[in-house]
Design a protein around this ligand. Structure first.
Ligand SMILES: Nc1ncnc2c1ncn2[C@@H]1O[C@H](COP(=O)(O)OP(=O)(O)OP(=O)(O)O)[C@@H](O)[C@H]1O
Ligand SMILES: [Mg+2]
Length: 511
């Protein structure tokens, strides 16, 4: 007799009002396997995880643990069944310390420590150190996004679980942090723990997972052993069509357009110094570098989100000295933050209101009244262009899947018809098919005369999309690569400052 799977989902359906998030789906998790769950943005992956974790209730269908039908009415019930979920969105208590966050879950469960704080801190540090040397006594608010993600994972590791579900755990991690996570996940598998792994990165799925299940539009498509399929097969099952061209054509003309953004000698007296940058109409400029090299800080300073101590910024020939982000937006310069919660979107507000939030003045009539019709028209046009999957533009952003929230964050920046747009990790959490669409849109924007700057941690994205890539190393421009010189090794060498290709393996947290 074969052993029953540790977790089985049969004929499960879930609707949110008119939106059918899942229809009659199946899923089977075997003991000690790492099982990838794939699908486009909005396919229903997180919804299924939330049902297994007791956050949401199914409308129909069965969930079985060890062959027994169970109901999972609350997250506490899921914990008692040995199920742990690392959510796609970071949901830590920002004012509490790392240790308090790590043990928040355990405190609520049977493994509650008896408020021995010394021990709590020591234990939390032990778990944290498995992932990264983050001091557990500091406040979560003071951590970078990638470190917050690691705290979320540490939190799940303290639960004594049989089933661990990771919903896009690496979306905000560096390559080396991701590798560390993979070795931990493999170790859990050795100990017989079963893992559900959600990711849009095919390479990860193929190096880590045993089997892969694909959902499309809330329906079950297939389950295959990873060894029996190719990444192309999986993508085809996800999007229901062949993706022939991953990246749009590059800048057709060699004639440089007019100078749109010029930065000279920019310093913030702290993280970076003497940064020069020139962006011409028609081109997409990439910015690469190691995580922590100062790429985001440079972009934020150019856009008035941080203050500068020296240097000049000119936008379309005019000197720009923004006192805040609002000034930059007014001048036609926008920034898409890598942290969509921090400065991207307001979760509780409707999609339409989010998209118009940057530039209400333009939609406001002479009497100070917001022109709702114009707001709606703009929201419809932009969500259509970006292919946002939603019930309607009046729906709250919190009802969207993670990738679709990212598209709303992009739509918000585009709504002001910017002259220059600087995008920090624009396709994080975006599925393979939508990524192609977003890249095409960025190319169209460039062709229509908008200056586009893309900061990315994905080398293939920098190389495939950009006409030119500037590499930042320790707060300085280490060099620049033109179209003919773009390659992974060239970027890595500039980013690390080491003239040796053997470093490639050691410095994978690059770009
Ligand atoms: N609370 C909610 N209210 C209304 N609709 C919702 C809600 N939660 C999810 N949905 C809808 O259910 C569908 C499935 O969303 P889900 O978050 O499961 O997608 P996903 O596969 O995780 O996508 P992504 O890759 O973008 O994270 C989407 O159309 C989404 O808009
Ligand atoms: Mg999701």
């Amino acid at each position: 007799m074969t052993q029953a799977p540790i977790l089985e989902i049969r004929g499960l359906s879930k609707a949110f009002g008119p939106v059918k998030a899942l229809s009659d789906v199946h899923f089977e998790l075997r003991r000690g396997e790492i099982h990838a769950l794939c699908g486009e943005n909005g396919a229903g992956k997180s919804t299924l995880m939330n049902m297994i974790a007791g956050v949401l209730q199914p409308d129909e269908g069965d969930m079985l643990i060890d062959g027994e039908r169970v109901s999972i009415p609350t997250p506490a019930a899921a914990q008692r069944l040995g199920i742990a979920l690392v959510h796609q969105e970071i949901a830590l208590c920002q004012d509490a310390t790392v240790a308090e966050n790590i043990y928040m879950a355990a405190i609520n469960s049977r493994r509650a420590p008896l408020m021995d704080f010394q021990k709590l801190y020591a234990d939390a540090q032990k778990v944290m150190d498995l992932l990264a040397p983050i001091p557990v006594r500091i406040r979560v608010a003071d951590l970078s996004i990638s470190n917050q993600q690691l705290v979320e994972i540490a939190k799940a590791l303290t639960l004594d679980c049989k089933v661990l579900m990771l919903d896009e755990p690496t979306a905000a991690l560096t390559e080396s942090e991701a590798q560390r996570l993979f070795s931990i996940v493999r170790g859990l598998k050795e100990r017989g723990i079963s893992v559900v792994y959600i990711s849009h990165r095919m390479a990860e799925i193929f190096s880590l997972c045993d089997r892969v299940t694909v959902f499309r539009d809330g329906r079950y498509v297939a389950t295959d052993p990873v060894a029996a399929v190719s990444p192309d097969d999986v993508v085809r099952k996800m999007v229901g069509r062949e993706i022939t061209q991953l990246y749009p054509d590059k800048l057709a003309t060699k004639e440089p357009g007019r100078l749109l953004l010029s930065v000279e000698g920019l310093s913030d007296g702290h993280r970076f110094a003497e940064v020069d940058l020139q962006l011409r109409a028609g081109e997409i400029l990439g910015i690469g570098g190691l995580i922590g090299a100062g790429r985001s800080e440079i972009a934020q300073t150019i856009c008035g989100l941080r203050s500068m101590t020296a240097g000049n910024v000119a936008l379309d020939g005019k000197q720009l000295r923004p006192r805040g982000y609002g000034d930059a937006v007014k001048a036609g310069l926008v920034y898409l933050s890598e942290d969509r919660k921090g400065s991207g979107v307001f979760l509780d507000l409707p999609i339409a209101a989010n998209i118009s939030a940057l530039d209400l003045a333009r939609l406001t009539g002479p009497l100070g009244l917001l022109d709702r019709k114009a707001e709606d028209r703009q929201a419809r046009e932009l969500t259509g262009r970006l292919g946002v999957r939603m019930a309607g533009i009046e729906a709250a952003v919190s009802t969207l899947s993670g990738g679709n929230q990212q598209k709303v964050a992009i739509a918000k920046q585009l709504s002001v018809n910017p002259k220059v747009i600087i995008m920090d990790e624009p396709t994080r959490g975006i599925d393979v098919g939508a990524k192609v669409e977003i890249h095409r849109l960025l190319r169209q924007l460039a062709e229509s005369g908008v200056g586009v700057v893309v900061i990315s941690s994905e080398l293939p994205e920098l190389i495939g999309l950009c006409d030119r890539v500037m590499v930042v190393r320790e707060g300085r421009i280490a060099g620049e690569l033109g179209a003919g010189e773009l390659g992974e090794e060239a970027i890595i060498m500039l980013a690390s400052g080491v003239q040796d290709s053997s470093i490639q393996r050691r410095t994978q947290n690059v770009a």
